[in-house]
Ligand binder design. Structure first.
Ligand code: HEC
Length: 146
């Protein structure tokens, strides 16, 4: 699973070969969130909402990938990665403790979702999914420009 997540990140990075350059760090961040959105929105949400056929194996893979990806979120906001092209608010750096709380809520909820999906406990999946969506929204509301 780590290998898969690693290659996803590489795909996200390939359009910005200079991702290690501080100037380009925000592109890594945006690529990272696009990958998260793909697994959470385009795969999991779409299957739940019946916008694409349910595929248990793919659904489970998405949950597992998110669980691997979530702990990487903290590496997408290195100091100096603010940019006019980015919607990341300066508060991410000035209120690092508050941002860290949002990161840890995200990780915790994603881990719980992965567990619910892996266990096949249908009753637990929907609430766990909503909790992750709530963690996305809470962070965006506080730390991302509209
Ligand atoms: C801990 C904070 C945090 C959490 C949790 C979070 N995001 Fe974000 N997200 C951000 C920030 C900050 C940006 C702005 C990045 C930028 O423009 O530099 C962003 C940007 C995005 C973008 C736009 C990327 C682009 O191309 O500009 C998408 C899509 C996104 N997030 C999806 C999600 C989804 C889906 C979740 C939950 C599964 C989520 N995010 C959870 C902080 C968060």
């Amino acid at each position: 699973m780590r290998v898969i997540a690693g290659s996803l990140i590489l795909v996200a990075l390939s359009s910005s070969a200079l991702a290690s350059d501080a100037d380009k760090a925000y592109e890594f961040r945006q690529g990272y969130w696009q990958v998260v959105k793909h697994e959470f929105g385009d795969v999991m949400a779409a299957m739940i909402q019946k916008k694409r056929p349910m595929d248990q194996e793919r659904f489970q893979a998405a949950a597992a990938r998110l669980a691997v990806l979530a702990p990487l979120a903290k590496e997408t906001t290195p100091v100096g990665s603010e940019s006019d092209e980015s919607r990341a608010l300066p508060k991410i750096w000035s209120d690092a403790d508050g941002y860290a709380e949002k990161l840890s809520a995200f990780e915790k909820n994603v881990a719980a979702l992965n567990q619910a999906v892996a266990s096949g406990d249908q009753g637990a999946i929907a609430p766990a999914f909503k909790n992750v969506a709530g963690a996305c929204k809470a962070c965006h509301k506080a730390y991302r420009a509209d």
